[in-house]
Design a protein around this ligand. Structure first.
Ligand SMILES: Nc1ncnc2c1ncn2[C@@H]1O[C@H](COP(=O)(O)OP(=O)(O)OP(=O)(O)O)[C@@H](O)[C@H]1O
Length: 259
């Protein structure tokens, strides 16, 4: 296995508040890694440092062994780190396929040169990407009329248009119904398996995390308190104590399957 992403002692302080404190981890190629923790644990701050939106106050970030600490978001994106957001970022006035075509034009640095012909370019690849997320049949629909779950799947296709090595997904299932959440993460897990992409995601829904993550890291008050398999995390008393303020006992695998 090869390491795609590594942090060493990653730290971010906002004045006196240390939001992320000395966080070190590795993400292997083809891994679907969850970063969980209660509200305010530091997950978004961590993501924003990985993506270049925030500069760390300490520590380093390595992508495929290369030090990318403090690089700009655009530079990091160009190196193959894609991102999906809590709020979908699609163009409502365009059709589904046009949104993917735009992403492909952007990936190929053709946006301005090719704009008059944009609707004709990269159609085959766009349809292929829509097929990957089960949205081929909706290619000609306008984004404004799409159901929320479909918008999230389109967002995934747009992120894949950039052929990312690593995809950062910040609460990908926020605002979705439970059944849709499981479906979107199943789709993500299939893409990880079939396309060799590596994914780091944050998620509040424990059923989603336990059902799909290959490995789970737990942040609490900026510190990484656990890093292990689904079973290790489910049974870790520190995690049960700290996560959601204590008193939480996670469902066993059998109970979760029955739910
Ligand atoms: N720009 C900022 N300035 C000051 N404090 C900040 C800033 N961004 C985040 N914080 C603080 O850092 C801590 C971690 O916040 P962060 O948003 O990273 O947590 P989180 O785990 O993503 O939370 P949530 O699950 O609620 O999204 C919080 O105490 C938050 O108030």
């Amino acid at each position: 296995m090869s390491v795609v992403l590594e942090t060493r002692g990653l730290t971010k302080a906002f004045g006196g508040l240390v939001a992320v404190n000395d966080v070190s981890f590795k993400l292997q190629k083809g891994e679907l890694l969850a970063l969980i923790g209660p509200n305010g644990a530091g997950k978004s701050t961590c993501f924003n440092m990985l993506m270049g939106q925030l500069k760390p106050t300490g520590g380093r970030v390595f992508l495929m062994g290369e030090d990318i600490t403090g690089k700009s978001p655009r530079d990091i994106w160009r190196r193959g780190v894609g991102r999906t957001f809590q709020i979908t970022a699609t163009y409502a006035s365009m059709t589904v396929i046009e949104n993917v075509q735009m992403a492909l034009l952007s990936h190929n640095r053709q946006v301005f040169r090719a704009l008059p012909f944009a609707h004709r370019m990269h159609r085959a690849r766009a349809l292929e990407l829509l097929g990957m997320v089960g949205m081929e049949a909706q290619a000609e629909r306008h984004c404004a009329v799409l159901a929320y779950g479909d918008l999230k799947r389109l967002e995934l296709a747009i992120a894949l248009a950039h052929e990312p090595t690593l995809l950062l997904m910040d609460e990908p299932t926020a605002g979705m119904a439970p059944r849709e959440r499981i479906a979107l993460m199943q789709l993500t897990a299939d893409i990880v398996r079939d396309q060799g992409v590596s994914v780091l995601f944050t998620e509040h829904d424990m059923d989603v995390v336990f059902a799909h993550a290959h490995r789970i890291m737990v942040l609490n008050r900026g510190e990484l308190i656990a890093d292990g398999s689904v079973d290790q995390i489910r049974n870790d008393p520190r995690v049960q104590e700290v996560y959601l303020g204590g008193g939480t006992v996670f469902k066993s695998e059998d109970e979760a399957a029955d739910a």
